[in-house]
Design a protein around this ligand. Sequence first.
Ligand code: AP5
Length: 227
Amino acid sequence: MTASAQKTAPVLILLGPPGAGKGTQARMLEEGFGLVQLSTGDLLRAAVAAGTAAGRQADAVMKSGGLVSDEIVLAILKDRLADPDTARGVILDGFPRTAEQAEALDGLLAGTGQRVNSVISLDVEDEPMIARVAGRYTCANCGEGYHDLFKQPATADVCDKCGGAEFKRRADDNAETAGARLAAYHAQTAPLITYYEARGVLKRADAMADIASVAGALAAIVRQVTD
Ligand code: AP5
């Protein structure tokens, strides 16, 4: 294969409102395809927990359900993209969320000869998303996700995956903040659907279906990019 014909590491984007299943599906694709999940929400929560200057600024914004400044998010993402593991290919979960972020991403990728290969819009109805995020909790030890209604541990209060007995909830997972997060999605992020459609890289998935069905639909899309 000539150098010019070599494939670059794939870049996939999962677009969708809070609760659409971006994190759930990104983790499954990570396991199934060896790609690296890059969640700007997780990176920001880590910065908040570490008490960095960026984390302190992001904290109040995240608790309000608004979007953290492009400047902070881009700096955090750029740092993470410099880690060697991302050379395997990445699934961006929760990024980009604004037109400015989408344009900045193109600039970052151009530096490594990469491009956005596929953008999957997880299509859902708004109302059920409030219940999905308000009922969500995770194992404090391994991060396995659970839900008050849809996915409880087989043994009450014991993590199925690691046996841990401590669980945590996100500070922004309540009905009021979830409403603000949905509004932010429609105002600032949903326009990216048209942006990527115009570039011919948009795919759509019915994310109201059960988790396994959505995973099957996404795997079929990702195979087209990674094969
Ligand atoms: P972020 O952490 O990205 O949160 P979000 O976008 O609000 O998305 P969620 O994590 O709530 O939902 P998800 O789609 O991942 O769903 P999940 O798979 O967990 O961002 C948090 C905050 O950080 C933002 O509000 C903002 O302030 C800031 N931020 C982050 N990125 C930023 C950026 N780029 N720019 C600016 N600010 C940024 O699923 C949810 C629940 O539903 C789970 O319990 C799951 O088990 C369940 N579930 C999933 N799929 C299904 C299904 N098909 N059927 C039934 N249940 C399902």
